[in-house]
Ligand binder design. Structure first.
Ligand code: GLP
Length: 240
């Protein structure tokens, strides 16, 4: 794992964008794995700017996302579909039919099967953007006795509901389930671009940088197995 430390979130976002941009420039038909959450917002802003300035084009690119809440309307401002449109897709020259997010109206397994089929067709991505949960979760793969290999419907932990409630009117409004790629799918990319910024990521970053153990109790530790993983952190996430 290569650790890149920046003084500020702005600098971190610029550095992560530089790596993303170089991959897309080299291969305009790149298959891009994307993530939601506050961490990649700055990266996406830089990508929008780079596309507007003609540095990159999304015309030939395809995207696939990690996760989505179960039973949420895509028009709902808290849905990950809405987030992706609002933070990236609506502002760049990507063809909407080339963008993919999981969708599940209920806990029915047919939704996970559909997404796994899509992932199989999609194949290995050129890059995958990832954030980290404060408890070390990756996508919505929560710490536990085992981790899912492939897409699953996951019951969110109280800690994740709490962490994500900042985007909702109240904690009660946060959906209880999510559909999420499993660990094998989430890491099926040639390059991982992991972003962890701000004080509330200090514990998870500290643990990740210290550990030499791979554990399902700490899903982020599996990043240590990937041969080409870049961890972008800002000072706030690393300094005591
Ligand atoms: C959410 C998402 C993750 C994301 C994480 C961190 O629960 N499912 O994919 O990486 O939390 O979010 P944030 O970037 O807002 O801290």
């Amino acid at each position: 794992m290569k650790v890149i430390i920046s003084d500020s979130y702005e600098e971190l976002s610029k550095k992560a964008a530089d790596l993303f941009i170089s991959i897309l420039q080299e291969k305009p038909q790149s298959k891009l794995g994307l993530a939601t959450g506050s961490s990649p917002v700055g990266l996406y802003k830089n990508l929008i700017k780079a596309q507007k300035e003609g540095e990159i084009s999304f015309h030939w690119a395809k995207t696939i996302n990690l996760d989505e809440y179960v039973g949420i309307d895509p028009q709902n401002e808290q849905s990950y579909q809405y987030f992706m449109n609002d933070n990236l897709f609506d502002h760049v020259n990507i063809k909407k039919e080339n963008t993919h997010l999981p969708k599940a109206d209920s806990n029915d397994e047919k939704y996970t099967e559909e997404y796994n089929k899509l992932l199989d067709e999609f194949g290995t991505r050129d890059l995958q953007v990832l954030g980290l949960g404060p408890n070390g979760h990756v996508a919505f793969n929560e710490p536990g006795e085992f981790l899912n290999k492939r897409t699953s419907i996951i019951e969110l932990t109280d800690q994740t509901i709490e962490a994500n409630s900042r985007f909702f009117d109240s904690k009660e409004d946060v959906p209880k389930y999510a559909i999420s790629m499993g660990m094998a799918d989430a890491f099926n990319a040639k390059t991982l671009i992991v972003i962890a910024n701000g004080k509330n990521k200090k514990e998870v970053v500290k643990k990740l940088l210290k550990t030499d153990k791979i554990s399902t109790d700490f899903p982020a530790s599996l990043l240590l197995l990937h041969p080409n993983c870049y961890l972008f952190v800002d000072k706030e996430a690393i300094e005591d």
